[in-house]
Design a binder for this molecule. Structure first.
Ligand code: DUC
Ligand code: ZN
Ligand code: ZN
Ligand code: ZN
Length: 484
């Protein structure tokens, strides 16, 4: 049984052209004019793009005394409704727990996925067992990324010596380290100070995590990665200080990547102030929403290429779950949703406003991360042989975002009331039509694990590179300068 997407305009990260796309056995088998097949999907007036990849989601994750409310079923259904066809979730071993035991739990949860998925492995503690198991994770389990939390002191946080050891191990294995970059020691101290002064409401969450704590940690992680000879991926880059550190590292020749979230691009810190408790608490996430100046920096990074990926950090909690933190903002489960809204919001506020082009939209929602994760061109491409993970995007289709019509399991939406123009007409996951002009036709368990090979290239430590290749500074006279 073949399917043909007809009369559309193909938009990839670097090309825009008119052609039909033929699909067989879950893959793209032909691209060209006037194709025919058993089933025809009409893409008149639409853009045919690689399905979105969200590299940062937390589905049914044990966190802060509870579990995030969207599981692999509702989470991937929300993803598909918004044009996203692959998600990458974080496998989180408890401190002291075997990475491989944790992975079994994640494998089990993910059997319900409606679209393809992969995992990042978190390094939440350090020891010989972790060192050994990292090799199995990369070589036998198809995971080439390791996440490190520089915040959540006393729970998930790792210290600099542990990061250096783990980054070095990543470099040996051809794996990419990821960081949640916030200075956890400073955050904990500021939280205590705010509580002692009687500031226990959700706005204090934002006060306790200013941009400086993110800028400092981003810089530190970059320098540690440099010394370890590893590339680095900075998740949820939300401020100019962090962006500036990433720009500088890249211009110095390091492979450092930055990932703004759709929430940070489109929602600002005013969401926390002069609002009722529930409104603010529902928007408590780390890092918190920032000022418009930081938002402008993130948009500029997407346009110039110094930031490469737009994700969600989808980690949804119900209002009841958020209310555990009444009287102590430190207990409000951190996280917001966004899986269904990432692509429509980015299109509406990015492409339709002229801040990014259609091709840049494809790059930052799909192709760039497919390359970084080493799954391109199986994912992130409209090419013969690629998986038929495709979104047929209708730029004239409109809606008002509302919790009452969303796929996510929670009772609110942080984008409630936002008007979007640009939505999927069809979303296909490996050739299967999961979203059909608004109708949800997902199939629980259709999603498959996407195995990712080690990276062929790792960063050469800049510090080492300088020592090895920098010529000794010699004065014109031929006498070596002092202090070289
Ligand atoms: N930040 C959040 O807001 N939620 C999940 C984890 C994180 O780092
Ligand atoms: Zn994080
Ligand atoms: Zn996260
Ligand atoms: Zn199926």
């Amino acid at each position: 049984m073949t399917t043909v997407i007809k009369h559309g305009t193909i938009v990839t990260a670097d090309l825009t052209y008119k052609a039909d796309v033929k699909i067989d056995g879950g893959r793209i088998v032909e691209i060209g004019p006037d194709l025919s097949g058993d089933t025809v999907l009409d893409a008149t007036g639409c853009y045919v793009m690689p399905g979105g990849i969200d590299p940062h989601v937390h589905l049914e994750m044990p966190f802060m005394g509870t579990y995030s409310a969207d599981d692999f079923e509702s989470g991937t259904r929300a993803a598909l409704a918004g044009g996203t066809t692959m998600v990458v979730d974080f496998c989180l071993p408890d401190p002291g727990q075997s990475l491989l035991d944790a992975l079994k739990r994640w494998d089990n949860k993910a059997t319900r996925a409606n679209c393809d998925y992969s995992f990042h492995m978190a390094v939440t503690w350090w020891g010989e067992q972790v060192f050994d198991e990292m090799k199995t994770v990369v070589q036998d389990k198809g995971i080439n990324t390791f996440k490190h939390f520089m915040a959540y002191k006393g729970a998930l946080m790792v210290n600099d010596d542990e990061m250096f050891a783990s980054f070095s191990r990543c470099a040996e294995l051809g794996a990419l380290p990821l960081v949640h970059a916030e200075n956890g020691d400073v955050v904990a101290a500021m939280q205590q100070k705010l509580m002692d002064a009687g500031n226990n409401g959700p706005e204090a969450h934002a006060y306790s995590r200013p941009a400086s704590v993110e800028g400092e940690a981003t810089n530190r992680a970059i320098i540690i990665a440099d010394m370890a000879g590893a590339p680095l991926y900075v998740v949820h880059t939300s401020c100019e200080q962090a962006h500036e550190a990433i720009r500088r590292a890249r211009s110095n020749g390091m492979r450092v990547y930055g990932e703004p979230l759709i929430q940070h691009l489109t929602l600002d810190e005013s969401e926390y102030f002069d609002k009722d408790w529930d409104h603010s608490a529902r928007r408590v996430m780390s890092p918190p929403f920032r000022s418009k100046t930081h938002q402008d920096s993130l948009w500029a990074g997407l346009a110039s290429g110094s930031l490469q990926v737009v994700a969600t950090d989808h980690c949804a909690f119900t209002t009841d779950q958020k209310r555990t933190g009444v009287g102590d903002f430190r207990k409000i489960p951190n996280g917001t949703g966004g899986l269904e809204d990432r692509m429509p919001m980015l299109w509406t506020q990015g492409v339709a406003t002229g801040r990014i082009t259609m091709n840049e939209f494809v790059a930052v929602t799909s192709t760039n991360i497919a390359k970084i994760l080493n799954v391109y061109p199986r994912k992130g491409a409209i090419l013969v042989g690629a998986d038929a993970d495709i979104v047929v995007w209708d730029p004239s289709k409109e809606k008002t975002i509302a919790a009452s019509t969303q796929q996510s399991a929670i009772d609110y939406n942080v984008f409630e009331g936002k008007q979007v123009k640009g939505l999927p007409r069809y979303t296909l996951t490996r050739g299967k039509v999961a979203i059909d002009d608004g109708a949800v036709k997902t199939e629980e368990g259709h999603g498959q694990f996407v195995s990712r090979e080690p990276h062929p290239a790792v960063s050469k430590a800049l510090s080492t590179w300088k020592e090895v290749t920098a010529p000794r500074r010699v004065e014109r006279s031929g006498i070596p300068a002092s202090g070289v």
